[in-house]
Design a protein around this ligand. Structure first.
Ligand SMILES: NC(=O)c1ccc[n+]([C@@H]2O[C@H](COP(=O)([O-])OP(=O)(O)OC[C@H]3O[C@@H](n4cnc5c(N)ncnc54)[C@H](OP(=O)(O)O)[C@@H]3O)[C@@H](O)[C@H]2O)c1
Length: 259
């Protein structure tokens, strides 16, 4: 794939994030064409970046682009994609959740070069980790500009990372419950959130820096025998915290695989 001219069908949250990341100076692509919906997001992108133009319709996006990114919601994807004409061999990158390559190729109807990816909103700041399937040097290079690309050798690996990406709201939810708990018990407003956000950032940095040490071992390192961390970890497990997490991941993986 040569993404010098990239087009987006579906100009929503994730397109906004990708375009902003790609066009941060120095820009990674020379021209971006976006579809007219959502009108407000498309207009804002065109106002913010000289490289962005708004196409008249979805077909005009395809016709203007080397690489076409499909970024509509899964519920309307078939209607949108099957009504369009792609060039044989054209590069297509789908970020549509829970819709596999075989299904997409059936809707596209010609033999395109299709790759799937799971960009996350952090790509806007070039800090996103993005799963890519199947492995593809050009798409991996694109997402390396936007953070880190993780190329998956199999659909099973890709589905597992899709499940992992579903943890975002839960992790923020744990932060929310903890910060609220602190403030409800007397900590001055705002201090709980600031403390918890920094604590989680430091823990993530520790896991990233010590990538050869097993996470279980890192967790034990913080759990001094008879200490406070050990008590919370033990209570969390005893009260079903670990089981609830595994159950939730199994559930979302089953949904992803059923797609
Ligand atoms: N957000 C994420 O973090 C994330 C991460 C990875 C993958 N994804 C996937 O990326 C896709 C887009 O997600 P999103 O969060 O960006 O959703 P979104 O904000 O709802 O964006 C979807 C966009 O599609 C537009 N649209 C509706 N009908 C259309 C049509 N017929 N032709 C062209 N565009 C049309 C919508 O415009 P209107 O507003 O005018 O209806 C909207 O702007 C989904 O499949 C999602 O699963 C999202």
């Amino acid at each position: 794939m040569d993404p010098r001219k990239i087009g987006f069908i579906g100009t929503g949250t994730i397109t906004d994030a990708m375009v902003r990341g790609l066009l941060t100076n120095p820009a990674a692509v020379s021209r971006v064409t976006v579809s007219p919906r959502n009108a407000k997001i498309a207009r804002q992108l065109a106002d913010d970046f000289a490289e962005v133009s708004i196409a008249a319709d979805n077909q005009a996006v395809i016709d203007a682009s080397d690489m076409v990114v499909l970024a509509v919601r899964p519920q309307i994807a078939q209607d949108v994609v099957s009504g369009l004409t792609f060039r044989k061999g054209q590069s297509v990158l789908s970020v549509i959740a829970a819709t596999d390559c075989k299904t997409l190729l059936g809707w596209i109807g010609v033999d395109v070069h299709l790759v799937q990816a799971i960009p996350l909103p952090f790509v806007a700041d070039r800090e996103g980790v993005t799963a890519v399937f199947p492995p593809d040097a050009h798409v991996a290079a694109l997402f390396s500009v936007l953070g880190t690309a993780v190329e998956c050798e199999t659909k099973e690996e890709y589905d597992l990372l899709a499940a992992a990406s579903s943890l975002m709201s839960t992790v923020l939810g744990i932060m929310d419950v903890s910060a609220a708990w602190l403030e409800e018990r007397g900590l001055a407003k705002g201090k709980g959130r600031a403390y918890i956000a920094s604590l989680f950032a430091s823990l993530s940095q520790t896991a990233l820096r010590s990538d050869t040490v097993a996470l279980k071992e890192l967790s034990s390192e913080f759990a001094t025998k008879g200490g406070l961390n050990e008590q919370v970890l033990s209570d969390f497990h005893k009260n079903g915290g670990r089981d609830a997490l595994i159950l939730a991941l199994d559930g979302v993986l089953a949904r992803i695989k059923g797609a």
